[in-house]
Design a protein around this ligand. Structure first.
Ligand code: GLU
Length: 317
């Protein structure tokens, strides 16, 4: 891997300030990129206005800068990308890889959350959501619906899209684009090669790999996704343990995770490195952020990260 081909990213949603869990994701993706002399991009995932908190983007960008996490190039705001999302959906629909659906939530709940494809054959549907069709089991002995990848941290991961997920939403009935769609369209657009993020998203990864393959097939770069077993991805993934609170919940705005405190950047970085298994020396604790980051870039080891889906955050940060 050379600096020309490694492109990593941190992709926060502006739903609140960074907390310890989001710092760990930003820091790990930054260090992995810098350790390999790669580029590191920041993308603001502002496609869900009802969930956004005004001023959160400014706060997040300031917190990143205060911690010395300097990104390359321009920021990308997903709110500027609606045309690209619309085009991707139109192309998927014309290729019959996606279809309109107006099934009410109660119906989907009654199916246990895994959609049964009821709307696949229906034609005129008003105010629809759009679903991506996953490969069905019946078509294959070697289940095409099984997506496998080797995670840099968690190891081998597999998921059967047909039995575990079902046809999934890429555009909601309120017309908002889904996270799965926007993230895949933009990771392709930005030529991302490496995704280092929290393990809360590991079960989204097979959907994203499948959607990438669908889009690749439309651009003629890859055989049709239903024509061959899907086993590989052009992207490399590493999922970090998820930072949880004393009650075992993921740190988030909803459960009042404390925002990072301005003025404690060196301690925050040291704690995050320690949490990531990097064993920073004690004397580094009171050094400048640039000395801490220099040490961390040189000594970065993905292998040292605990292979656990969740780990308690430090009680004070
Ligand atoms: N925007 C997502 C979040 O803040 C992360 C997206 C990603 O890393 O794929 O949870």
């Amino acid at each position: 891997m050379t600096s020309a081909t490694y492109i990593g990213r941190f992709a926060p949603s502006p739903t609140g300030p960074l907390h310890f869990g989001s710092l760990v994701c930003a820091l790990a993706s930054f260090l992995d990129a810098r350790h390999q002399a790669g580029r590191w991009l920041v993308r603001i995932e502002d496609i869900d206005p009802p969930r956004e908190i005004s001023g959160a983007t400014t706060t997040i960008l300031r917190q990143l800068s205060d911690h010395g996490l300097t990104w390359d190039g321009e920021l990308l705001y997903q709110s500027t990308r609606t045309e690209a999302y619309r085009e991707a959906i139109a192309a998927l629909q014309s290729a019959h890889l996606a279809y309109s659906c107006d099934c009410p939530r109660q119906r989907i709940n009654s199916l246990g959350g895994i959609y049964d494809g009821y709307c696949r054959q229906r034609t005129v549907i008003e105010n629809p959501a759009i679903r991506l069709q996953v490969p069905s089991e019946s078509k294959a002995r070697e289940p095409e619906a099984t997506i496998k990848f080797d995670d840099l941290i968690m190891g081998h991961y597999m998921q059967n899209l047909c039995s575990e997920i079902g046809d999934f939403i890429i555009q909601r009935r309120d017309q908002l684009f889904s996270y799965q769609l926007a993230v895949v369209v933009d990771d392709r657009f930005q030529n991302i090669s490496h995704i280092i993020r929290g393990a809360d998203l590991i079960d989204s990864t097979p959907r994203q790999i499948f959607l990438q393959e669908c889009l690749e097939s439309l651009s003629g770069k890859h055989p049709a996704p239903t024509g061959s077993p899907l086993t590989s991805s052009p992207l490399t993934y590493g999922h970090l343990p998820m930072a949880i609170n004393a009650e075992g919940q993921k740190l988030s705005k909803q459960n009042h995770a404390a925002a990072l405190v301005a003025g404690k950047e060196s301690q925050n970085l040291w704690l995050a490195l320690q949490w990531l298994g990097q064993q920073p020396p004690d004397q580094l604790k009171n050094e400048s952020i640039s000395r801490i980051l220099d040490w961390a870039i040189s000594n970065w080891s993905l292998n040292a990260i605990p292979k656990q889906l969740a780990m308690p955050a430090p009680s004070h940060y």
